[in-house]
Every structure is written in C-alpha cells, then in structure tokens.
Design a protein around this ligand. Structure first.
Ligand code: SF4
Ligand code: SF4
Ligand code: FES
Length: 253
C-alpha cells in the first residue's frame, strides 16, 4: 500500500466517519468499502487488491473497534467502513505450502496427512469457520481432511478465495486453504471423470487452432480492438450450456 498525494472529493450529502489505518486517523464517507476508503484516504493499493468483487481473496483485512477485545475480519472490497474501525490488511499470509507434482501424487486420503501432518492438530474450535468471509464451514472440511475424505474437502471448500483469514486466526497453525486446494487438485486431476469439452478445448490449443486469430488481433491498434470488442456477440443472460456465438472464427472452428 503506497501513500499518494491525491484525494478525491466527498460526494454531496455523504456522512464522514473516522477510521484508523495502521494507526493514523482519516475521515471517509460512510458508504465506502474499506478498500475504497483506503483509496479515498490517499492510499494507492498495489498489493492486497485484485478483483474488487469478492473473488480473488487478495484483500483480507483485520479490524477492531475501541473498547472491544474482538478482532474482526473481512474482505476489504466487501466490507463497508464503520466509525472508529482500526484497520490493517493481510495481503499475504505466510502459511506452510507443500510442494508436489499433482500428476504423480496418489489420490488417497493419506496424501493430505503426509503433506500436511499438522491437520491432526486441529482442536475443533471453529475459529476458522467464524473468520471465513465466504461463509464456508472451514472446520467441516478440515474434519473431512482428518478423515482423508478428498471429495468432501474439495466440495466443501469449493468457494474458498484463498484470503488466508482462517489461517491467520487458527490456534493450531493450520493452513486450511492450502490443504483445501491440495484436495481440490487431487479430486479434479484423479477422481472426477474428465470433462469432454475441456479435453476438446485443450486439444484445440495444442493444435494451435487459435494462433492465426491471435496473431491478427496482435496487429490491431487499440481503437480497432475496442471497436471489435464492442461489436462482439455476447452470450444472452438466459443461455443454456450449448450456446455458441454465430461467428466462430475466434473459437478455432
Ligand atoms: S481454527 Fe484451526 S484449530 Fe480451530 S477448528 Fe479451525 S482448523 Fe481447527
Ligand atoms: S476458507 Fe480460509 S482462505 Fe478460504 S475463503 Fe475462507 S477464510 Fe479465506
Ligand atoms: S479485491 Fe478481490 S476479493 Fe477483494
């Protein structure tokens, strides 16, 4: 997070509330998310900011209110400021991360325990579940990891955005999100049937089906690209899975 000189003007009618960023007091409109409030206060977010839509998990944030012992957590892009928040961001959580080759890893429950033996240290406190901004039953999937149930961990953690907030609060020092992504990789690579349409798409890439169209696009100017983008046929909101555009020249067909 860098500090910049510029500060946008407050819109008419908005109420200003005090917040504290790394100990320094700022007044920001009460309608803003923490992320927008940081920018309003003059910070330029170069880490801890990605999708701005609750998907990428880059903006994990901890905060606390005066006279409260409780540390609260949330995604900065999804949490609206409240008066007197003391805010600090956790753009990266330095959790244990096993290194493996997913192709050769056995898709059996014992693999999780072999790579993350600390999974057995879970004391079942549920702090991880209470910390999760995606409302995932984190304790639930960690319990399944202890049992070696790869499918249950993969399905139970499907919405994880890897923000790290669960790990930041865990008294057993688990890195739940890395355990979960191991299970999802094992599940997707070895246990579920392969998706035929994905196989087809991968083969098309390998056969260089898109190369000619990509080369043509690379030669275009920015204005030409914008015009082309605007003219693209877009998928209707209610389309079923069989929908494809009329013009398939960019699909390698
Ligand atoms: S916070 Fe840690 S110890 Fe507590 S339930 Fe979650 S994984 Fe287990
Ligand atoms: S499981 Fe952990 S890392 Fe994943 S979204 Fe929830 S708090 Fe974030
Ligand atoms: S910026 Fe991506 S989740 Fe907040």
């Amino acid at each position: 997070m860098n500090k910049t000189a510029s500060k946008p003007n407050k819109a008419a009618g908005e109420r200003l509330v005090p917040i504290f960023v790394m100990g320094k007091r700022y007044e920001v409109p009460d309608s803003l998310t923490i992320q927008k409030a940081l920018e309003y206060a003059g910070y330029m977010l170069v880490r801890g900011c990605g999708c701005r839509g609750g998907i990428c998990g880059a903006c994990g944030t901890v905060y606390r209110f005066p006279n409260s012992y409780r540390i609260e957590v949330g995604l900065a892009c999804q949490t609206v400021v409240q008066p007197d928040m003391y805010i600090a961001q956790i753009p990266f959580f330095p959790g244990n991360k096993a290194v493996y080759d997913i192709e050769s890893l056995p898709a059996v429950g014992g693999t999780i325990a072999a790579l993350y033996p600390e999974v057995f240290k879970c004391v079942g406190c549920g702090t991880c579940t209470r910390s999760c901004p995606m409302d995932i039953d984190v304790l639930g999937y960690i319990s399944k990891a202890v049992q070696g149930d790869i499918a249950a961990v993969a399905e139970g953690s499907f919405d994880c955005v890897m923000c790290g907030l669960c790990a930041a609060r865990c008294p057993a020092e688990e890195v739940q999100f890395n355990i979960a992504i191991l299970a999802r990789r094992l599940y997707a690579r070895h246990l579920v049937p392969k998706a035929e349409h994905l196989e087809k798409a991968v083969k098309a890439v390998e056969d260089k089906a898109f190369d000619k169209a990509l080369q043509e696009l690379k030669k275009k100017s920015l204005d030409e690209l914008k015009k082309l983008y605007k003219s693209l046929e877009t998928e209707p909101e209610m389309a079923d899975e069989s929908w494809t555009p009329q013009n398939k020249s960019y699909l390698g067909e």
